[in-house]
Design a protein around this ligand. Structure first.
Ligand SMILES: [Zn+2]
Length: 153
């Protein structure tokens, strides 16, 4: 969880907050019976919310190290043949997976992007020769690929 202001870069494990809420939940109506059980920022007393990309208040700090490692990996694999599997990424947070996959494909002519997406299978025109969007339920897509592969053997 995190502060909604946010007043700092701190994020908190949700367990303690959830335990307190669950202790004060009416078992029939699921109504919170104690206003003090509503999570409040430990530093400023402000509103708390899950640490999810939901607005400008989102705290990136917990993900910076992973992002840096991912960027380093991309830089060291620019000439490496890659099959990129993009499964179900939409436009809620396209900067996390969807656009980086497209960028890798654009900059690495040895790569191929396979995008499985029931609602948004499109690929940018700049990488249309290095990618394929499959508009189908992912489970069905994988099942068909498995069937095709089984038939070849
Ligand atoms: Zn705060």
């Amino acid at each position: 969880m995190q502060c909604m202001k946010p007043c700092s870069d701190e994020t908190y494990d949700t367990r303690a907050f959830l335990d307190k809420m669950l202790e004060n939940l009416d078992s029939v109506t699921y109504e919170n019976m104690d206003p003090n059980a509503i999570p409040k920022c430990l530093k400023c007393g402000g509103k708390m919310f899950m640490n999810v990309r939901g607005g400008r208040w989102f705290i990136e700090k917990p993900y910076e190290k992973q992002q840096s490692r991912f960027q380093n990996w991309i830089q060291t694999h620019l000439d490496t043949p890659l099959l990129l599997l993009d499964m179900g990424t939409g436009f809620d947070t396209p900067s996390s997976v969807r656009w980086p996959m497209e960028q890798i494909t654009y900059h690495n002519s040895e790569s191929f992007l396979l995008r499985f997406n029931r609602d948004y299978p499109d690929v940018p025109k700049e990488i249309v020769n290095l990618s394929k969007g499959i508009q189908m339920d992912i489970n069905k897509s994988i099942g068909k690929i498995y069937q095709m592969n089984s038939l070849k053997q």
